[in-house]
Design a binder for this molecule. Structure first.
Ligand SMILES: Nc1ncnc2c1ncn2[C@@H]1O[C@H](COP(=O)(O)OP(=O)(O)OP(=O)(O)O)[C@@H](O)[C@H]1O
Ligand SMILES: [Mg+2]
Length: 252
C-alpha cells in the first residue's frame, strides 16, 4: 500500500528561483491495485515516481509504503526500503552485453544471493513474464515488448510490494502494449502488487487501471475508480474527467 500525504517537491535553479513541481499531492494505491497517473507533459508524473522510489527527496509531506515512512530513512534501512519498490521505465535499460537471464539476475547478484537461489528465482521470474524460452537471448535479439517484460522481471527480482511503471508501454506497438499490460494485471493479482502506471495512453488506462489520477501542473485535479467511471453514462464523463479522457493520447 502506498500512502502519499501532502507531498510537495520543489527544485531550486542556479539563479535561486524555486520551481514547484508537485503541490500537496494526496494519493493512495492499495495492494493488488493498478492506479494510472495521467496528465500532460511536464505535469510532474515522473517526479512523483522519483519521489516514491526515493530517487528524489520530497520537499514536504510523506510517502508511506506498507505503513513505514520511507523519506525518514537513511543508510542500511533506506537501502532495504528501496528493495520494496520496483521500477520500470520506457526503455527498460537492460545491459546490452548481458543475456535476459543475466539482466534479471543482476539485483540478486548485487545482494550477494547464492548462485543456486539466483537460478531458481530467475527461472521463476522468466516464467512469470512468459519468456522462459528467451533466457539466453541478448536485449538486441528481443522485441521491444519482450525487453519491457524482462525489465519488469528484473524489477520484481527482490520481491517488491510496489511497482512503478513510468511510460512502460510508450513506443510499443498495440500488441506488445496489450502483452505488457496483461502482465501487469497478472502480477497485480499474483503478487498483490500496488502498481503506479504512468501513461499518456488512454487505452492503457481503460485496459489495465483500477483507478486513475490526473495530474496537472503538479496537482491532482481528478481522481476516479474505473468501475465507477465506466458505469456512468457517456454524457457524465465530462463532469468526472476533463477532456483528456475522450482523447486517446495527448501527444500526437
Ligand atoms: N531535476 C530537476 N530540476 C529542475 N526542474 C525539474 C527537474 N526535474 C524535473 N523538473 C521539472 O519538473 C516538471 C515536471 O517534470 P516531470 O518529468 O515530472 O514531468 P512529466 O509529467 O513526467 O512529463 P512527461 O510526460 O513529459 O514525462 C517539469 O517542468 C520539469 O522541467
Ligand atoms: Mg515523465
Amino acid at each position: 500500500m502506498i500512502e502519499i500525504d501532502q507531498l510537495s517537491k520543489h527544485y531550486r535553479t542556479a539563479d535561486g528561483r524555486v520551481t514547484e513541481v508537485l503541490k500537496a499531492i494526496n494519493l493512495q494505491v492499495p495492494q493488488a491495485n493498478i492506479t494510472a497517473v495521467v496528465g500532460p507533459s511536464g505535469a510532474g508524473k515522473s517526479t512523483l515516481a522519483k519521489c516514491i522510489s526515493l530517487l528524489e527527496q520530497p520537499s514536504a509531506g510523506s510517502i508511506r509504503v506498507n505503513g513505514s515512512d520511507l523519506s525518514r530513512l537513511n543508510g542500511e534501512a533506506l537501502r532495504r526500503a528501496r528493495r520494496s519498490i520496483g521500477t520500470v521505465f520506457q526503455s527498460s535499460a537492460l545491459l546490452q552485453r548481458k543475456s535476459a537471464w543475466e539482466n534479471i539476475a543482476l539485483p540478486l547478484r548485487y545482494l550477494g544471493v547464492v548462485e543456486r537461489d539466483i537460478s531458481a528465482r530467475v527461472g521463476e521470474l522468466l516464467e512469470s513474464v512468459g519468456l522462459s524460452h528467451k533466457a539466453k537471448a541478448f536485449p538486441e535479439q528481443l522485441s521491444g515488448g519482450q525487453r519491457q517484460r524482462i525489465g519488469i522481471a528484473r524489477a520484481l527480482a527482490l520481491r517488491p510490494c510496489v511497482l512503478l511503471a513510468d511510460e512502460a508501454t510508450s513506443g510499443l506497438d498495440p500488441e506488445a502494449t496489450v502483452a505488457v499490460l496483461d502482465l501487469l494485471k497478472k502480477l497485480r493479482d499474483d503478487y498483490k502488487l500496488a502498481i503506479v502506471l504512468i501513461t499518456h495512453e488512454m487505452d492503457a488506462v481503460r485496459q489495465a487501471a483500477d483507478a486513475v489520477a490526473e495530474i496537472r501542473d503538479g496537482q491532482i485535479v481528478q481522481y476516479g475508480v474505473l468501475k465507477q467511471l465506466l458505469a456512468q453514462p457517456d454524457s457524465s464523463w465530462g463532469n468526472v474527467c476533463s477532456h483528456w479522457w475522450r482523447n486517446l493520447a495527448w501527444r500526437n
